[in-house]
Design a protein around this ligand. Structure first.
Ligand code: ADP
Ligand code: MG
Length: 748
């Protein structure tokens, strides 16, 4: 088999002049060009009657050439070819202009009187006569064998390609034909195993390429697209199946639960739990317990609404590992969250977290916080606790991945909120253990099924759908910005809540008023990437500047309604100690109003918080707003979320915030979010603005295709994990999943 033809440079096949504008579009090889699929197909129209040609209409007529003459034009200079075609009763003029008569000779040569042809163009008029200027045409006996085949040719759907000014669609079409026509089956290797193709009734890959580029009818291009789309999904799912298989082949240390009667931190913890686990927590807990007891690494994604109680599930998993003599690491995306996790784990464990200390339980463990901002002495102690095994649970951020951090026996890694931990971090942690640690990834961002199957396809998924009983509902209201009365009402409501002993968050998209909304300035910059995605389509440039934390805090402090109330500030650029202090003052009510960036988006848990005011809410993504809103209504008092919006009615931004007000169902919001965003956003920021390597497959719309491909790929990979017997598939995986795509696959 030869793949050489597909690698041939277009400069060689088409010539430098034709290849240059294609290269500018990233199409440099035959393979790239035949992989440049039509975006849609134009209607070829039907054959028109010469008697009824309407001005301005795009028509195709069948007629016989009556005469054709080239002449110099005295008035304008240049030359002109005038032909007349006829159906026997009605005539139509065809006109071609050129600088020199020579250029027109080849038309004259083709348009010989008596020949039949098909003529296509837009109907114009000259001195009251209907005419076509520079029509496309096909001559029977020259371009087509007979009239029937000419008609067939003229009635083919017109492929419309993603094009540029220098490479218009028709020119791309011509180039595609030039490279596609001479290709043979051997030139176009097929990543779909023959069995899979046969089962689905597909032809070869080459046939599918012809179907999409040179179809005779709609059914044909649809067939071709379906096949190529399935192929994309199949290659992706095969890659994921391989990855799962590789992970499953790794060795892990089995961490079974202790036998009944044997002292167990987990058993003690369960006995002291002040509430009953929800059925979901129980079920997922059992799933995890079984997997931890195996000598193969668990690879599990735990999804659950904000407040669904994922932390308890994770803690119980960690305790099982601790009971089995191992350690667990909990990774949080920010220092604020790591510190909070460490605190809440200690709170939940109570005396069980103080093993070996005065007042500690006999059987227990220790929770150690290890972050980049610890003082030298504290850091040394934390490192020691991790390395000696004194700390059964080590909580931290990326600092945990530092070279100096050693574990005595790392058995489980829990990642809270996946989106900031890539495969490298995961590998770095694995490298710290003798065997591959078990992995539990938790996310409160609901992930629609198809995205889970694509982006997180190498993880098994569990869902906590039930929220513990007694949770309060959150009411969401959209507040138009710039309305004085509404504005006053916001602060009056905040006052009422504070007076009732509650807390209020005020969220702004940026820190300083003059700060450009750029990535990277804020180490906790949860706000910006999502925000930037939503900024672009709405033409943010012309709009009011985004609200900033520091400025807004001043305005809030100046509100008469809030006189005497302490207002705190929290953002990612504050030193860690200040952040902690701000959170603590908010949590215990000394500063019951907190003006913050979206640092508070993930996981922050202050049950007394009942109100959240989000400025510029129309600039946030839905999933992000959902996360933010999850910060209120975590206690017994009902929550209120006020979305201040500057969006014009009818815009996608307005639709987003209205959707927020309509539903609290995270899965529905995630689905709407996907629909309102581009595919590039779904696949990750690095993909947006570039041609995604998914050409036909749409993660949102093609759920069925993805599911079918997953089913079809599983047995193929199971039978031959290294795909030695399917070299084309293996090559397709290697080629299509370039490092950048691997990265998105790994964003877990
Ligand atoms: P998540 O991390 O999923 O957002 P948490 O684990 O932080 O949610 O749980 C939110 C709150 O609910 C915590 O205060 C936790 O103690 C409490 N909680 C968890 N499970 C239950 C349960 N089964 N019954 C009552 N409260 C629960
Ligand atoms: Mg949580």
């Amino acid at each position: 088999m030869s793949t050489d033809r597909l690698r041939e440079p277009l400069t060689q096949v088409l010539g430098a002049r034709s290849a240059a504008p294609l290269a500018a579009m990233g199409l440099e090889t035959v393979g790239a060009l035949v992989g440049h699929y039509p975006r849609r197909y134009g209607d070829p129209g039907t054959v028109s009657d010469l008697a009824r040609l309407a001005l301005g209409e795009h028509v195709t007529v069948v007629a016989r050439v009556a005469r054709a003459t080239v002449r110099q034009m005295r008035s304008r200079g240049g030359a002109m070819l005038q032909a007349v075609v006829t159906d026997g009763r009605h005539d139509l003029s065809l006109t071609f202009f050129a600088k020199r008569a020579g250029v027109l000779r080849h038309h004259e040569d083709r348009l010989r009187p008596g020949r039949m042809g098909l003529f296509t163009g837009v109907v114009g008029a000259y001195r009251g006569e209907r005419q076509l200027t520079h029509p496309d045409y096909l001559i029977v006996g020259v371009d087509a064998d007979d009239e029937e085949s000419a008609l067939v040719e003229a009635s083919r759907p017109i492929p419309i390609y993603p094009a540029s000014a220098k490479a218009p669609s028709w020119r791309i079409q011509r180039a595609v034909r030039t490279v596609l026509d001479p290709l043979t089956e051997d030139d176009v290797p097929d990543p779909l195993p023959p069995g899979v193709s046969a089962q689905r009734g597909y032809g070869t890959r080459l046939a599918a390429l012809r179907d999409v580029h040179e179809p005779y009818d709609e059914a044909q291009w649809r067939r071709g697209r379906e096949r190529l789309r399935f192929e994309e999904a199949f290659v992706l799912q095969a890659a994921l199946a391989q990855r799962r298989a590789r992970a499953a082949a790794q060795e892990a240390t089995a961490r079974p639960r202790p036998a009944a009667g044997v002292p167990s931190v987990l058993a003690d913890f369960d006995a002291a739990l002040p509430f009953t686990l929800t059925r979901g927590q129980q079920y997922v807990g059992d799933e995890i317990a079984t997997e931890l007891a195996r000598a193969r690494p668990m690879q599990r994604l735990l999804q659950g609404e904000v407040g669904s109680g994922k932390t308890v599930v994770a803690l119980r998993a960690m305790l099982q590992v601790v009971d089995a003599g191992g350690q667990a690491a909990l990774l949080a995306p920010t220092e604020v969250l790591a510190a909070q996790h460490a605190r809440s784990l200690e709170d939940m464990l109570g005396p069980l977290a103080h093993a070996g200390r005065l007042g500690g339980a006999e059987h227990g463990t220790r929770v150690t916080l290890l972050t980049g901002s610890l003082g030298a002495a504290a850091r040394k102690q934390a490192l020691l606790d991790a390395a000696s095994g004194t700390a059964g649970i080590v909580v931290g951020t990326h600092a945990l991945l530092g070279e100096h951090v050693q574990f005595a026996d790392l058995g489980l890694v829990v990642v809270d909120e996946q989106h900031r931990f890539g495969v490298e971090q995961r590998d770095a942690l694995r490298a710290k253990a003798r065997t591959t640690p078990h992995l539990l990834v938790m996310t409160a961002t609901p992930i629609p099924r198809t995205v889970a199957m694509t982006v997180f396809g190498d993880l098994e998924t569990s869902v906590l759908s039930e929220v513990p009983a007694g949770r309060s509902p959150v009411t969401t209201v959209v507040v138009p910005a710039g309305n004085e009365q509404w504005n006053a009402r916001i602060w009056a409501r905040v006052r009422e809540e504070v007076d009732a002993g509650h807390r209020a968050y005020v969220v702004c998209p940026r820190i300083h008023p003059d700060e450009p909304a750029a990535r990277g300035a804020d180490p906790d910059a949860y706000d910006l990437p999502d925000l930037l995605d939503t900024l672009e389509p709405d033409g943010a440039g012309e709009r009011e500047p985004l609200r900033a934390v520091l400025e807004t805090a001043e305005q809030v402090r100046a509100q008469p309604a809030l006189a005497g109330i302490e207002v705190g500030v929290l953002h990612g650029q504050m030193p860690p100690a200040e952040k902690d202090a701000a959170m603590a003052a908010f949590a215990d009510g000394r500063a019951p109003v907190l003006v913050a960036t979206t640092v508070v988006e993930v996981g922050v848990n202050v049950p007394e918080a009942t109100v959240m005011v989000v400025f510029d809410s129309d600039r946030f993504g839905l999933s992000q707003l959902h996360q933010l809103r999850g910060r209120v209504g975590r206690g017994t008092a009902p929550g209120l979320c006020l979305l201040v919006s500057t969006a014009e009615p009818g815009t996608p931004a307005a639709a987003r915030v209205e959707t927020m007000a309509e539903t609290t169902d995270g899965f529905r919001l995630a689905q709407v979010d996907l629909e309102l965003r581009s595919e590039g956003d779904v696949l990750g920021a690095s993909q947006s603005g570039r041609s995604s390597s998914l050409r036909l497959l749409r993660v949102v719309k093609d759920a069925d295709v993805i599911a079918e491909a997953r089913e079809a790929a599983a047995p193929v990979v199971a039978a031959d994990p290294d795909l030695r017997g399917s070299p084309v598939l293996a090559a397709a995986i290697a080629e299509r999943l370039d490092p950048e795509r691997e990265e998105f696959l790994d964003r877990t």
